[in-house]
Design a protein around this ligand. Structure first.
Ligand code: FA5
Length: 341
């Protein structure tokens, strides 16, 4: 029994004095290993008289347990010291240092939108926000698309249970903006639009448009062409020609499809313009008198133009992105390859 007490004392002293985990491993083997000191003592048990066997067995078990837990405690201490050492010295991580690996950036849509906003602000337009959830009235009736009008079939609409809609076009904000400012007014309103469409490389169910409106006395198609050319020349950084073709939208009269001369081949014909030299970009027209009236503006005194630029598609063109779904994908690898100009 005395021998056992002195084994425990030695073990305590040696474990306490150990300096590293390797040393601890050796101490484990020395005391508790197959040929270790404690294990050896167990072998003597068979030579003891029966009445001493039980006390000896209990004592040796408690010594075994105590040495084992002393080793575990010391092991934890070593691990803790190691981590503290790493933090203190070589492996300290300063989270405030900018990463060398990957820098965050604005989304290509946001970058281009800010560019367009700057261009229109410099031409005296204000920038307005539109709702993503709209009343049917604003999305349709207020832009001259009455209930049961076949034009509603042109846009597959997401209807909400309360009868409102996810706006299908930025034109849904026209009425609210006319009521807010009256005439004269010059405003653009970028926004996300939603249509329940068949998806392909150039059709998304969630996409961006930028709408613009100018209302004043004596506004004509010439003003429309001027502002569109200015905007496009600024976006593409070179002179862009435009042409108008007739287009039907119930909220404009006359209505147009505005094409631009292909900025990639300067109208000579290439893959992007499908060798035609022109790219269809922006429906537009002179605001229909009914729409002005519903916005509280007298069409006898004022005229205006409106356009609804397909902004996601302009972004694709501008950044050489061939698949529209990438824009909403959150795929950083793909988006960071967008050729931001
Ligand atoms: C309109 O939405 C009209 N509100 C535009 C307008 C405004 C005309 C003011 C006249 C005056 P349209 O449905 O053609 O028109 O859509 C306009 C542009 O949005 C399209 O040219 C296209 O570039 C873009 N667009 C439409 N649907 C999608 C879609 N599913 N995915 C991506 N872009 C789309």
């Amino acid at each position: 029994m005395e021998k056992l007490d002195s084994i425990l004392l030695d073990a305590r002293k040696e474990i306490e004095g150990s300096q590293e985990s390797q040393e601890l491993n050796s101490l484990y083997q020395k005391f508790l290993g197959k040929t270790g000191i404690v294990t050896e003592q167990l072998k003597h048990m068979k030579d003891l008289p029966n009445e001493e066997k039980k006390t000896f067995g209990m004592k040796i078990n408690s010594i075994k347990n105590e040495i084992f837990s002393l080793i575990k405690i010391k092991e934890k201490e070593f691990e803790k010291n190691k981590v503290e050492e790493q933090i203190k010295n070589t492996e300290f991580v300063d989270l405030t240092i900018p990463s060398k690996e990957r820098k965050g950036s604005l989304h290509p849509i946001t970058i281009l939108q800010e560019k367009l906003i700057d261009i229109f602000l410099s031409m005296g337009f204000t920038v307005e926000d539109g709702n993503e959830i709209e009343t049917e009235y604003n999305n349709f009736e207020a832009v001259n698309i009455p209930k049961n009008h076949p034009a509603r079939d042109m846009q597959d609409t997401f209807y909400l249970e309360n009868g409102q809609v996810l706006k299908t076009h930025t034109s849904a904000a026209q009425n609210r903006i006319m009521k807010k400012y009256g005439a004269p007014l010059k405003a653009i309103f970028p926004g996300r639009c939603f249509r329940n469409e068949e998806l392909d490389a150039s059709h998304e169910n969630t996409f961006f448009q930028i709408e613009g409106m100018m209302i004043d006395k004596d506004v004509s198609v010439a003003n429309l062409i001027y502002f569109m050319k200015e905007m496009l020349t600024n976006v593409f950084g070179k002179e862009i020609n435009v042409r108008l073709r007739p287009g039907f939208f119930p909220f404009v009269e006359p209505g147009f499809e505005l094409d631009i001369s292909c900025p990639y081949c300067d109208g000579k014909g290439c893959r992007v313009c499908k060798h035609g030299g022109w790219i269809e970009l922006c429906p537009c027209g002179m605001i229909h008198p009914n729409v002005l009236k519903m916005g509280g503006i007298d069409p006898e005194k004022y005229q205006g133009f409106a356009f609804g630029l397909g902004f996601s598609r302009l972004a694709m063109m501008n950044y050489d992105i061939t698949e529209i779904r990438l824009l909403n994908s959150g795929n950083i690898k793909a988006l960071s390859q967008a050729k931001i100009k």
